[in-house]
Write a protein that binds this ligand. Structure first.
Ligand code: MSP
Length: 644
């Protein structure tokens, strides 16, 4: 039976849409999960959302909606982002899921019955208008951080978990050299010196003032508070104390909990203490990585040239480029500033130059010199050994670095072997060998070594660049049997008479200056946003606007207008019938990509002729960089629906 491997991301607060900061833990876990699957493990990779609490309750009230409706929308965006990034999670837990609620309630009861939870009083600074408790450190100038008003000392009944009782066992766990429970090691001292030595306080696990939470079954009006709810996700999603899932025996304990440094404390002190109290096994490892920081203050900001919307980055530069960049740039344990410029430089140097060129040059030479199929007759020699030996050493190194979150090191090593392969081309000068008929077997051996090197590095990169490696395999004629993780260790796995196929450019070079300019246009910096809008046209009467008939239309067909590089000819359904309309957006779209879309249109413009064709209306577009994008509605909007 395959060995199991259980890896988790934190469950994210859906208090706002996901941003690039959230991507790192999730990408790291995905890459490890993918590698482990390739290595034959039975993998459980979980992620999810942490949906209760005061912040969400308040936001929903502000927006005049319910907390559940509010989080539903944001959770959908998290899932959409994970889909875009190619995250292959096995389970997505929401703390509002019934099975999770059941587990948390059962666990609370058990800990209460076993004497680890007791009732007492929660004391803090209370802001009456906001109905919120704050700790001393949360106050801003001694006042409520939300509304700036005075706070008063107050208390409420609450349940507490006897965290203090576990201090000696937690210290022992953290200092156990064999277990290496918490990585990086520097955080061990932080936990011991800052939290255990000064004396662990018992933990408040229920509140009465925060009602958007899981009800305490044994005491009406109490709701389970934050960390007891959140941390429990790691076992509720396996079916611990609930009947929905039945994988606890199989997957627990987790092999790796991954998170950023600010929540290491909860995972390395509170979580093991809960499990100790329950008498359950402890997770094997907690990994606390650094933060992706933005701008000077470390906060996300749309300062010039630094737009960081992950959807935009994926769309413009490719998912794998973003995956590679984040995992390559971040050194485990340290913070890492994000910059688009750095990402473009990486794409150009590593992906377009080193990797892209190696693949395209090698494939092109195999086509040029052998019509794409290498001859079986080959002459290998000792000068091949250095490249082969470097390749032999790679799988173990990569596996060791990836599974300990040292992606940067692992990827750097892979790319040093790619550089070695590029050097091998220069050393062997295939173009010279090609001129000499008697050197053909040597030429075949050189190209074969290169293709096989590409195969072996592409396998090892696949967990990080899952969309690129299959494209490479196709170009170099590698069939499935020689693209498994194990086969990365095998020398000369490709068929002796391998056939290559020319493919698309894997990573187009980016003109960095131009691209930054483009992004600046698309996403103006904050300081420019505050300026008054410079009108493009003089003021007009409301009636002029009201005179326009604006409707949603559905695109039935779309094609280029002959002899025009600007115009597209549409047939659209306006809800009443079909009409023809022209639009000058041919440069920005493939016609077939627009078919079926629901667009906005002015339908009562007088007909106009362009290139001899009649246009009945105008499709609405919005400026996007140097071009335009159509304004789209989702499919549920009906043709003919009026826009106002
Ligand atoms: N809900 C809690 C976690 C409960 S886990 C049982 C929470 N949520 S969060 O939405 O604030 O997510 C925090 C996590 O998001 C970090 O630990 C990290 O994994 C990820 N990141 C969010 N912003 C980040 C950066 N700027 N950089 C790197 N990771 C960051 O805390």
């Amino acid at each position: 039976m395959a060995e199991k491997f259980y890896i988790t991301t934190p469950i994210y607060y859906p208090s706002g849409n996901p941003h690039i900061g959230h991507c790192y833990s999730t990408l790291a876990c995905d890459a490890i999960a993918r590698m482990k699957r390739m290595q034959g493990y039975d993998v459980m990779f979980s992620t999810g959302t942490d949906e209760h609490g005061q912040k969400i309750e308040k936001k929903a009230i502000e927006l005049g909606t319910t907390p559940k409706a509010y989080v539903d929308d944001i959770v959908a965006n998290f899932k959409k982002l994970w889909g875009t990034l190619g995250i292959q999670y096995d389970r997505f837990v929401r703390t509002t899921d019934d099975y999770h609620i059941k587990t948390v309630q059962n666990m609370f009861e058990k800990l209460y019955n076993d004497g680890y939870i007791y009732k007492s009083e929660y004391k803090g600074k209370y802001c009456t208008p906001c109905e919120s408790f704050w700790t001393e450190s949360q106050l801003v100038d001694g006042k409520c951080p939300d509304c700036g008003r005075e706070v008063t000392e107050a208390s409420e009944e609450a349940y507490f978990f006897k965290l203090s009782e576990f201090a000696p066992r937690l210290k022992e766990l953290l200092l156990d050299e064999e277990k290496n429970f918490l990585e990086p090691k520097s955080r061990v001292n932080e936990m011991i010196n800052n939290f255990i030595e000064p004396g662990l306080q018992d933990l408040c696990v229920s509140r009465t003032s925060v009602k958007w939470g899981i009800p305490v079954t044994i005491d009406e009006g109490h709701y389970i508070y934050v960390w007891m709810d959140a941390l429990t996700n790691y076992i509720s999603l396996l079916g611990f104390m609930n009947d929905t899932y039945d994988d606890y025996e199989k997957y627990w304990p987790a092999d790796m909990h991954v998170m950023a440094k600010e929540i290491v404390r909860f995972h390395s002190l509170i979580w093991p203490a809960f499990l100790m109290a329950l008498g359950e096994p402890l997770p094997k490892k907690v990994y606390g990585h650094g933060w992706i920081t933005f701008g000077d203050g470390g906060k996300m900001s749309k300062s010039k040239g630094n737009v960081v919307d992950p959807f935009v980055l994926c769309e413009r530069y490719g998912v794998d480029a973003l995956r590679y960049h984040l995992l390559r740039e971040m050194v485990f344990g340290s913070d890492c500033p994000y910059s688009n410029e750095q990402m473009f430089a990486r794409i150009n140097s590593d992906l377009a130059n080193d990797l892209g060129n190696l693949v395209s040059r090698t494939v092109a030479m195999a086509i040029k010199y052998f019509d794409g199929t290498l001859p079986v007759d080959k002459e290998f020699n000792d000068s091949d050994n250095d490249l082969l030996e470097q390749l032999d050493a790679l799988p173990e190194f990569v596996s060791g670095t990836f599974e300990t979150m040292r992606f940067s090191e692992g990827l750097a090593k892979i790319f040093s072997v790619i550089a070695r392969a590029n050097k091998y081309i220069d050393e062997n000068e295939p173009w010279k060998l090609a001129k000499d008929e008697s050197a053909k077997p040597r030429l075949a051996a050189v190209l074969y070594n290169l293709l096989d090197a590409i195969r072996r590095v592409a396998i090892l990169m696949e967990p990080v660049m899952p969309h690129t490696s299959p494209k490479i395999f196709e170009q170099i004629g590698a069939d499935e049997a020689v693209t498994t993780w194990d086969s990365a260790s095998v020398r000369h796995g490709l068929a002796a008479d391998v056939t290559v196929t020319k493919g698309e450019v894997l990573f187009p070079r980016i003109d960095i200056e131009k691209e930054i300019e483009e992004l600046n246009k698309m996403f103006p910096a904050e300081e420019e946003k505050g300026k008054d809008l410079e009108p493009l046209k003089p003021l007009t009467k409301f009636d002029n606007f009201a005179a326009l008939d604006l409707r949603a239309v559905k695109v039935i067909s779309c094609e280029k207008v002959e002899k025009s590089d600007k115009l597209l000819k549409f047939k659209v359904d306006d809800g009443f019938g079909e009409r023809q309309v022209l639009s000058g957006i041919a440069k920005y779209y493939k016609p077939e990509d627009l078919v079926g879309k629901t667009l906005g249109m002015i339908v009562n413009l007088e007909p106009r002729k362009m290139m001899g064709l009649e246009s009945n209306g105008m499709i609405l577009s919005v400026r996007y960089g140097d071009g335009y994008r159509v304004i789209e509605f989702d499919d549920s909007v009906e043709a003919g629906a009026d826009i106002s």
